[in-house]
Write a protein that binds this ligand. Structure first.
Ligand SMILES: [Zn+2]
Length: 1096
């Protein structure tokens, strides 16, 4: 929940190249772990947030499913948003939703009114309210025949959102809800092709398209700004959930869920299946194992005690019959909640729905899907679990411990939920928050685990712990958590901290910045968080009253009177406490492999020769089906826009380039609801090469070390009280047509316009007054960064592989790898020692970085707000610039460096691989054309999707073209294969050459590409995109030319591009993040193919 706050305190280590953007740059924030290769590098800088993200996916929402791998660097580049917004966004919906408990006896019948149009369409109006907080008229309808509930939210937001949500509590860990979520999007009654979902990915203007599996519900949202496109998406989704082909077609179940694969009777049988491999990846990550273990131990008696995503050891127990049954029972209008949001017509929404809903009779599904509450324990519980670790590491130091509380066995009242959310922020929301700070400063562990208050399930929980703990220190961590909470209950929080939290929360509510996540979707997830439990769906949208009440309570009685009783009641005196201890086990991965092998051998032994022949036949039949393209008639069934529907001009962002006190200033006049967004850019190119890996820690130090007058807690609170947040991060990229990479450090800040002076004063303070003297804090930064990098390596190995290939292929990539790849991890390991015996050397290096950066020369200011605020900010900017030193421009350091171009396998304890192959196309003579965007999208969505994911069984496979550097990369994600995947990559050029297509294919690919290029942006993201274009020298003329090239892409372009792709086959470099067994096998099959590097 505290996520807003994260923004304000976000520190530094965003490695932030346009081609490898932070999560938020792509429109579908949630889609993305697959695609944004280096995303994790750029995500946050302190570990709680990174854990929080993973807990969202795997713990709170263990199987939060990111479905579509979309990788498009143009889009990413253009749709840049705040680097640290991710937390903000994903949190935003949780900030106040929790605040909004409603009375459990909410009954839709209580209110109501007659609405003739709705009545004719088969709906009754249950309630209508105008909600001030989101400036929307909100109507709840009930479909009379089936009882299906519909929320229709009407306002002037062009980014329209639709979602259908079913309550889907699992009974076991076979993963039915998750497999079903994948499968229903694989063809339906009206859209009888293999994957309508992929056709929508390819050829629509969606601003969001995905599906999520939660522990107790499954959610299918889409969004678009184009009304025709929006209704197309809605129809495909409705047909998919209510009339999917998968319930008649066992092959879909096998493909998405699990099946035995036997290519030849003489070979070994293996398990295949997209979800099976996805979950194997999830079960290889220690943080996820911790999250899942916690959830299951806290809720042993209800649906949350099993894994809705599927345990790879249990998934193969699932039968097709059970799968079909689950769909029949729960995917029914009586068990559905449907959401519409935006500026489209209210009655048209109901008309579309009635066509589907009228086909059903009422069912008892809603009663049967009710989530039972977990009764509170009368005494605490302790669970010890193992996780797979690498051999040889410092096993003794790698334990994790996490304390979890189930806060209540009944819904909490509104103000209590809000106050608990606020408390969570006070305890953990920023690096200065006491519980977080004390745990990290204790030296007992490397990074925080546990997400604080989590309230997306039926009952709220609180969890907190540490990882990187020695076994003898586990009890000390537990004791420290308890005594810290006791002290806070006794002593209370200081007023500055309370004010900072209050301002941060109010700012975020006012700004309503959901990044690339549609605002309507954030609202939907908030409402559904209560609605799904039969509580009032309106309440979570209203926060003003309870917030005012809480504020008044704090003012009147003091914060201690408000928060101390909460800590005591819900945490200290709560006996439903579960302590989880995780122990590293170097044998776990191989033991799990061995068990799987034994099972499969037993299966094979039990089969007769005929059985084996039949299984081989079935394997080939499935492969053949997967590799056979859909017939053109089927493809035509998916509605699509035509090129006439596409604007011929790119979206323009207002920009005025001026000058204040000799420094270039860019201004973007946009409506921002009175917020001023600013970026201050410094040139990094004179920095000594050996200092580069220190840059992320330098950025973090600026925000988290404090000045002569203010310790870092005070500084942090001041930022929280006066601004909407400040962050500092490096940004590097190649620039097309230039051998020299561009490299900057960017300071981003935002504030209400009345606080502009404070904002620039604080930025100046951070840049000039912060002292690099705190050895202990610096040591913590190093440990946290190391823990974060190790986590990335396991969870997002494709990003690490991509960064490594980049470092071999261009110098901007090399810089990026120094600040966020394997090289950075190695640097951090050495630095951990160095901090002990050469702190003064490090401190001097940090000072040297500041000196070489901080100058009016090479500085650039970017401002986004409305005209009046821009004008008003000029004097404050001028004052800020006057205080900057003017150094004579230093000669640029020469960093024209690369890592040797050899194939590498980075070996980690995992059950799935990340496989990459890349080359620099510009070095082979290829010249950029707009068609390249269309073609790489097409390759990702057809060839790689079909071969790497569908028939290869990986969770994802995609390609990425960094049009600034020329590096074209193939990447796979959670991949059971290694060399086989490389063969698929090598087959890409033949695929392009042999492609036959009708007119629809390029048209769809073109529309999909335009959808990426024109992705929806909030004003701050627009201002930032415009800044990046300026830095990269991308002109409006060039954008227009590219757009025309995109719009005129032809079949012959695809075939021409095959020649460029050949260079990757012949000369490309390979980097895989892979398991030891698969690496050995690969090197046996192709001797010395990989140079092996052990990384964990
Ligand atoms: Zn999935």
């Amino acid at each position: 929940m505290s996520y807003t706050i994260l923004h304000s305190t976000t520190t530094s280590s965003h490695h932030h190249r346009p081609s490898k953007p932070p999560l938020t740059m792509e429109r579908a924030v949630l889609l993305r772990s697959i695609t944004s290769r280096a995303a994790p590098a750029c995500i946050r800088s302190f570990s709680r947030s990174s854990h929080r993200l993973s807990s969202i996916r795997h713990r709170l929402i263990p199987n939060f499913h990111r479905r579509s791998p979309l990788g498009h660097d143009f889009r990413r580049h253009i749709s840049t948003a705040l680097p640290s917004l991710v937390q903000f966004n994903s949190r935003f919906s949780h900030i106040f939703p929790k605040a909004i408990a409603t009375s459990p006896q909410f009954s839709p019948d209580a209110v109501g009114g007659y609405d003739e149009a709705a009545d004719k369409l088969g709906f009754e109006k249950v309630s209508e309210q105008f909600i001030e907080e989101c400036k929307s008229t909100t109507i709840l309808y009930r479909h009379k025949k089936t009882g299906c509930e519909v929320m229709s939210v009407l306002n002037d937001d062009e980014n329209k959102v639709f979602g259908v949500v079913f309550r889907t509590p699992p009974k076991d860990s076979t993963g039915i809800p998750h497999i079903l979520e994948h499968s229903v999007l694989c063809g339906s009654r009206k859209y009888p092709l293999k994957e309508p979902f992929v056709e929508l990915l390819k050829g629509s203007l969606h601003t969001f398209l995905n599906a999520f599996t939660y522990p107790d519900r499954t959610c299918y949202p889409v969004a678009s700004t184009n009304t025709k496109d929006f209704y197309n998406l809605v129809d495909v989704y409705l047909d998919a959930v209510f009339f999917p082909k998968c319930v008649e077609d066992i092959q879909t179940f096998q493909q998405e869920g699990w099946h035995y694969e036997l290519n030849d009777p003489s070979e070994e049988i293996t398990y295949k299946g997209v979800v099976f491999n996805e979950m194997k990846g999830v079960y290889s990550q220690p943080d996820n194992i911790l999250g899942r273990t916690s959830q299951q131990a806290v809720f042993p008696d209800n649906a949350y005690g099993v894994d809705s995503g599927g345990d790879p050891q249990v998934i193969p127990a699932l039968t097709f019959e059970e799968f079909k049954d689950f769909h029949r029972k729960y995917y029914h209008p009586s068990n559905a909640r449907i959401w519409f949001y935006g500026d489209d017509d209210a009655n048209e929404r109901l008309r579309i729905l009635s066509e589907y809903l009228d086909m059903f009779e009422a069912s008892p599904a809603r009663l049967e899907s009710k989530i039972e509450t977990q009764k509170l324990f009368s005494k605490p519980v302790r669970v010890v679990e193992k996780y797979p670790a690498a051999e040889g590491g410092d096993l003794k130091k790698n334990h994790m411990v996490c304390l979890n509380w189930l806060l209540s066995d009944e819904p909490l009242d509104l103000e209590t939920e809000l106050a608990l959310g606020f408390l969570d922020h006070l305890l953990l929301g920023t690096p200065a928050s006491p519980l977080r700070k004390i745990l990290l400063e204790s030296g007992l562990g490397d990074a925080i685990v546990g997400g604080g208050i989590e309230d997306e399930l039926l009952q709220p929980q609180f969890s907190i712990g540490l990882k990187g703990v020695s076994d003898e220190n586990i009890q000390k961590v537990e004791a420290l958590i308890m005594t810290t909470l006791e002290n806070l209950a006794n002593e209370g929080f200081n007023m500055e901290a309370v004010e900072a939290s209050m301002n941060t929360i109010e700012f975020s509510l006012r700004e309503n910045n959901t990044g690339s996540f549609p605002r309507g979707l954030a609202l939907m997830l908030r409402a559904v968080g209560k609605w799904i439990y039969d509580l009032d769906p309106f309440e979570p949208l209203k926060y003003q009253e309870p917030l005012a009440a809480l504020k008044a309570g704090i003012e009147k009685e003091g914060s201690k009177a408000v928060f101390a009783p909460l800590i005591e009641k819900y945490i200290l005196n709560n006996t439903h406490r579960v302590t989880i201890e995780m122990q590293p086990d170097p044998e776990k991965a191989s033991k799990d492999e061995a068990v799987e092998r034994e099972n499969l051998d037993r299966v094979k032994q039990s089969m007769t020769e005929e059985d084996l022949a039949e299984l081989t036949r079935l394997t080939h039949e499935l492969k053949l089906k997967q590799e056979t393209p859909d017939p053109p008639e089927a493809l035509k069934s998916v509605p699509s826009l035509s090129l006439q529907d596409i604007p011929k001009k790119p979206i323009q962002i207002p920009i005025e380039v001026g000058d204040i006190n000799g420094v270039k200033v860019l201004q973007h006049d946009l409506f921002t609801n009175d917020v001023l967004y600013s970026e201050i850019v410094f040139d990094m190119s004179s920095l000594k090469q050996e200092l580069l890996p220190l840059v992320p820690l330098f950025c973090q130090s600026l925000l988290e070390m404090g000045t002569k007058d203010l310790d870092f807690v005070q500084l942090n609170q001041l930022i929280g009280r006066k601004t909407g947040g400040i962050s500092v991060f490096p940004f590097t990229s190649s620039k097309r047509g230039s051998d020299t990479p561009i490299s900057h450090i960017i300071v981003r800040g935002k504030a209400m316009s009345a606080r502009t002076e404070d904002l620039f004063h604080l930025i100046n303070c951070i840049l000039q007054d912060v002292q690099f003297t705190d050895q202990r804090r610096f040591k913590q930064f190093v440990s946290q960064s190391k823990a974060r990098m190790e986590n990335r390596l396991r969870g997002s190995g494709h990003g690490i592989a991509a960064a490594r290939m980049d470092a071999k292929l261009n110098s901007a990539g090399w810089i990026g790898e120094q600040m966020g790849g394997i090289s950075y991890l190695e640097f951090l390991k050495d630095l951990e020692e160095k901090v002990e015996h050469d702190w003064s050397g490090i401190s001097a290096s940090l000072e040297e970085i500041r000196k070489s950066l901080l100058s009016k020369n090479g500085c650039l200011v970017n401002l986004t707000s409305d005209g009046k605020n821009l004008k008003n900010s000029e004097k404050h900017v001028g004052k800020f610039l006057d205080l900057l030193p003017t150094t004579s421009s230093v000669a640029s350091a020469s960093w024209n460096t690369r890592i040797p171009s050899i194939n590498e396998a980075i070996v980690i304890p995992t059950q799935v691989n990340y496989v990459g192959k890349a080359a620099n196309l510009y070095e082979t003579g290829y010249q950029l054309k707009g068609s390249a965007y269309v073609i790489s999208k097409h390759i990702s969505n057809t060839w790689l999707w079909d071969r790497v994911r569908v028939s290869g069984g990986a969770y994802g496979g995609f390609c990425d073209f960094d049009t600034h550097s020329g590096v074209f990369s193939f990447l796979s994600y959670r991949d059971p294969n290694l060399l086989k995947t490389l063969d698929i990559y090598d087959g890409t050029s033949d695929f392009l050459r042999q492609m036959e297509m009708d007119d629809d294919t390029p048209t769809k690919a073109i529309i999909g590409t335009i959808g990426d290029v024109d992705s929806y942006q909030l004003p701050d993201a627009k201002g930032y995109s415009s800044l990046l274009r300026y830095l990269l020298g991308i002109t409006e003329e060039e954008r227009q030319v590219r757009r025309e090239e995109i719009l005129s892409t032809r079949l012959s372009d695809f075939q021409d591009f095959a020649n460029a792709i050949d260079a990757i086959k012949d000369k490309g470099v390979v980097v895989a993040v892979a398991s030891p067994d698969d690496t050995d096998a690969a090197n046996k099959e192709r001797p010395n193919f990989f140079q092996v590097k052990k990384a964990l």
